[in-house]
Ligand binder design. Structure first.
Ligand SMILES: Cc1ncc(COP(=O)(O)O)c(C=O)c1O
Ligand SMILES: N[C@@H](CCOP(=O)(O)O)C(=O)O
Length: 466
């Protein structure tokens, strides 16, 4: 499989190269040159497969030329062996139409583990035997950071510099990052910053010829294609269990950086019968405005009880616009450069109507979020986190008849215990597997959110490429 950039001019890469590369050198994002597809018979043959075997079927076409099926299977067994549920991503029925797909049974209690446990092993595999030292620069609103740190702590050949917006992640999220004291892990809390500011700094580092020429930069955010590839798997796994390919299934996805829902879009391109993908946002609703009105204009970020979705520039939306706009790299580069200059853009008619076939969106406010948490708790005995509640609220008012709707349960409720308690009166306990999180020493740097301050901090600690 070969990978191309959304902006058309970066070199074409193979899977190993794209995994280590992160952002493309033309500022774009990598994606496969063509979408592999499965016939209904091939999808039907996934019935009864374990999560690992489903993962091998779904991901094999993307790693072709770099990893064989046996190697891929061994990596998946190792990655998903750390999950606390035998089904890895189990389905839980709420009522006659609604299901939760629990994605939080990994080591750091959020869906990010599904991809990052594998990505950590891919880094190890692709760097072994070389003396290359990779500098991972990442931005997090809480969950990517903890999952990436768990996956990469102590690994040879990788230093991790993780930026988070100071005071805008939950206590559990922060501690999951800052109590990991491995020497290759560096947490940076950016003062007065939002996740968008952190993400913009990361992209600026990739786009700086001087900085990216000095360090072998790599990414663990969903700008890295391998992240999305691993997330496609659970759409197949869930839909097949609910009757695909004969019965189409809809998914409701709590959305911020548009990575998780883009993985669902790819599953549909690969032949999975997806009735609808519901893009559920909180009040930081740039994606809802874009999909419902064609207006992709950046507002300022409002802090909410679903902090991981407090995002107003959704990186992976670029991948969707590229695919829907006929894969014209030059046109997309001009559109994105216009957005970067003015913080606003209109979707083209082709992009808007292309999206409308599969995607619909909704914006969920605080009251609707709290109501969904109470409904799940009182009606179905399920305590859910605020992000999942946003997905569930959108699913419940989607008006899709006769179709099972699966809401992606993206985080364990205990990661957001204060918000859950406020809405439901129940305070979820942290699972034993996270251990004595609140007794451990924390270590992180607090820095002003400027390019100069952050790059100076990294340059003092990272190993320059040869
Ligand atoms: C718990 C949780 N739910 C939902 C999201 C949104 O996912 P995405 O950024 O892939 O749209 C995130 C962050 O990415 C998250 O951490
Ligand atoms: N919600 C995320 C934000 C980063 O998203 P990513 O999927 O692009 O890594 C987080 O928790 O950090």
């Amino acid at each position: 499989m070969r990978y191309i950039s959304t902006r058309g001019t970066a070199p074409v890469l193979d899977f190993r190269q794209v995994t280590l590369a992160g952002l493309a050198s033309d500022g774009g994002l990598y994606l496969p040159e063509t979408w592999p597809t499965f016939s209904p018979e091939q999808i039907a043959a996934m019935r009864g497969l374990s999560y690992v075997d489903t993962a091998v079927e779904v991901m094999a076409p993307f790693v072709e030329g770099t990893l064989g099926r046996d190697d891929l299977k061994a990596l998946c067994e190792q990655a998903y062996g750390r999950f606390s549920h035998a089904a890895v991503t189990p389905l839980v029925q709420l009522d006659g139409q609604h299901w939760l797909l629990e994605l939080f049974h990994g080591p750091t209690l959020a869906f990010k583990d599904v991809a990052l446990q594998l990505l950590g092993l891919l880094f190890e595999r692709f760097l072994s035997g070389s003396d290359k030292q990779v500098t991972v620069v990442g931005a997090t609103s809480g969950d990517t950071g903890s999952a990436a740190i768990d996956a990469l702590a102590g690994r040879a050949g990788v230093d991790v510099f993780m930026l988070h917006p100071k005071g805008r992640v939950s206590d559990v999220q922060r501690r999951q990052m800052t109590t990991v004291l491995a020497p290759n892990i560096h947490n940076i809390a950016l003062e007065g910053a939002s996740f968008d500011d952190c993400q913009a700094l990361v992209k600026a580092m990739f786009n700086s010829p001087e900085f990216s020429g000095t360090f072998a930069l790599s990414a663990v955010n969903s700008i890295n294609w391998a992240r999305l590839m691993a997330q496609i798997v659970y759409y197949f796994y869930a839909a097949v269990r609910l009757g695909a390919p004969e019965r189409p299934v809809a998914f409701s996805v709590p959305t911020g950086n548009f990575g998780d829902v883009f993985a669902g879009y790819v599953a549909a391109k690969m032949g999975l019968p997806v009735a609808k993908l519901i893009v559920a946002t909180n009040v930081n609703d740039i994606l809802h405005r874009a999909l419902s009105q064609g207006d992709y204009s950046q507002g300022s970020v409002v802090p909410t009880p679903s902090p991981s979705m407090d995002i107003q520039v959704s990186s992976n939306f670029e991948r969707l616009l590229f695919d829907l706009g006929g894969r014209d790299g030059a046109a997309l580069a001009a559109q994105m450069q216009g957005f970067e200059a003015s913080k606003a853009m209109r979707l083209t008619n082709a992009q808007q109507s292309g999206a409308a076939g599969l995607l619909r969106s909704d914006r969920i406010d605080l009251d609707d979020m709290a109501m969904a948490m109470r409904w799940a708790c009182e009606g179905a005995g399920q305590v859910i986190d605020p992000h999942t509640a946003i997905g569930l609220a959108a699913a419940r008012r989607a008006d899709l008849k006769d179709v099972p709707i699966v809401t992606l349960a993206t985080a364990h409720p205990a990661k957001f215990d204060d918000a859950v308690e406020r809405a439901t009166g129940m305070r979820p306990a942290l699972p034993a597997r996270v251990g004595d999180l609140f007794d451990r020493e924390e270590r992180y740097a607090s820095l002003p959110g400027t390019f100069a301050a952050v790059t100076a901090y990294i340059a003092e600690r990272a190993v320059p490429s040869a």
